[in-house]
Design a protein around this ligand. Structure first.
Ligand code: PLP
Length: 447
């Protein structure tokens, strides 16, 4: 379809197209060649021309249970006509408590206090703010520095971009919080590793060096994604997270896992923490909690962190934590969350991810040897393919590949020098092969 055909079939004018400043989008390119999605069902989008497009990233790692699920739609509709909104400050509504408790059932033992937000970025800001405020409550106000990791992605707010480790998300915006970054784990010797790489646990010595440099009395928390997603799908090296946990515990530094991608099934377990056998002090979630249907996120903490705020809260009528959002625990998001978590459980989608991930692994790695592919990584239903840079234009090829895939009827993500896959939890083997073949063909078509 030409641009004018797309606009005509969507009943949009050029002025309307121009009005929307699109997020994380090359606006000039998109507006010349708009890729409009008009509906979605199950694992497929429908574009403006009526074409079915396979959703190879589950939306943006959001919709593992498939799109437009009637169970979620019904729960949301019912909620909208019974309680559309309730003030989140000083008053409550039952679904928020029900969902908070339900979420704790998916969390590792010990993480049982849930603070609601509306996005992954807000969940990260919440965790960082709670970390600093916690140390103040404990009389250790000098613990303010945060440690992130190179290639980490923690959303787009000030705290998130400060601890984040992807340069283009940081450098345009100037100074943020006081942070340091440990090395990423993408070592050359681990290229084309299936699942967790063997090498990399030694990199935690970099954290120890950093602690020696700044002193633990000045460090509030370390934040990492158990499996780095947007940085290119980097599963943790064997033993890495355990060592990270040990060092944080030894030096009295809080450990935050950002599980906005890995929470609720993507790794084949309820959380990355469970899958990799390491429990952080705080854990952030979003995306899959409502199956992407309504914005929602949360920060889940250890009970004693919550208790510290309660114990140091002053008179009972006073706030223990001056933080929260108008839409924290929004009734409609809670309804969507409860319905989504029901689907995950009833349809046993998380064990499904686990049982099908070896098939995905084999299929994905069959691309090894294709021109321009310099590395392939995977874990659960997440896959990353590194593409060699074109001379002078390091980001060009991934973009070209993703566009060719789109033309062939497959949506995959391109970010930095990688192609990323986040398969729907309901995918069949044949569909896995189809999306992998489409990527292979698209790469082979490059000059
Ligand atoms: N943290 C991680 C690990 C993410 O992958 C993302 C989004 O992709 C975020 C935070 C930010 O979430 P949101 O875009 O909902 O603010």
């Amino acid at each position: 379809q030409s641009k004018s055909e797309v606009l005509a079939s969507c009943n949009l004018s050029q002025e309307q197209l121009d009005s929307y400043w699109m997020p994380y989008t090359s606006n000039r390119e998109f507006k010349k060649n708009p890729r409009m999605i008009v509906s979605a069902e199950g694992k497929y989008f429908t574009d403006a021309g009526g074409r079915k497009v396979f959703d190879g990233l589950s939306g943006l790692w959001t919709c593992g249970a498939g799109h437009s699920r009637p169970e979620i739609a019904e729960a949301v509709a019912k909620q909208l006509t019974s309680l559309d909104y309730a003030p989140s400050f000083q008053f409550g509504h039952p679904q928020a408590f029900e969902l908070a408790h339900r979420i704790t059932e998916f969390m590792p033992e010990g993480l049982n206090r849930v603070f609601f937000t509306n996005s992954g970025s807000e969940s990260v800001e919440t965790a960082l703010k709670v970390a600093r405020a916690y140390w103040r409550k404990k009389g250790q106000a000098s613990k303010t520095r945060f440690i992130g990791r190179v290639k980490g992605y923690h959303g787009t707010n000030w705290g998130g971009i400060s601890v984040g480790g992807i340069a283009p998300n940081k450098t345009p915006f100037g100074p943020g919080l006081e942070t340091s970054h440990i090395e990423h784990t993408m070592l050359p010797e681990n290229k084309f590793t299936k699942g967790m790489p063997d090498e990399g646990a030694h990199l935690i010595s970099g954290l120890e060096d950093m602690i020696a440099l700044y002193d633990a009395t000045n460090i509030a928390a370390v934040i990492v994604e158990p499996m780095s997603g947007s940085g290119g799908v980097l599963p943790p090296p064997v033993g890495y997270l355990k060592r990270l946990r040990e060092v944080c515990t030894k030096h009295n530094i809080l450990l935050i896992f950002d599980e906005v991608i890995t929470g609720f099934g993507r790794m084949g377990s309820n959380t990355g923490a469970e899958e990799f056998g390491v429990v952080p002090d705080m854990l952030t979630i979003a995306k899959q909690v409502t199956n992407g249907a309504v914005p929602m996120g949360a920060m889940i903490s250890r009970q004693d962190i919550y208790d510290t705020f309660m114990e140091h809260g002053g008179a009972e009528y006073l706030l223990e934590l001056a933080h929260g959002y108008t839409y924290s625990g929004h009734p409609v998001a809670c309804a969507a969350g409860l319905a989504s978590l029901d689907i995950l459980e009833k349809e046993q989608l998380i064990p499904r991810v686990k049982s099908l991930s070896p098939y995905f692994e084999e299929s994905l790695h069959s691309l090894k040897g294709t021109q321009y592919i310099s590395d392939i990584r995977n874990y659960g239903f997440a896959g990353g393919i590194t593409i060699e840079p074109a001379p002078g234009e390091p980001l060009l090829r991934p973009y070209q590949i993703a566009m060719k895939c789109w033309e062939k009827g497959f949506y995959v993500r391109y970010g930095g020098d990688t192609i990323q896959l986040g398969l729907p939890f309901t995918i069949e083997k044949e569909e896995i092969d189809n999306v992998i073949n489409a990527i292979g063909e698209s790469i082979n078509e490059l000059s």
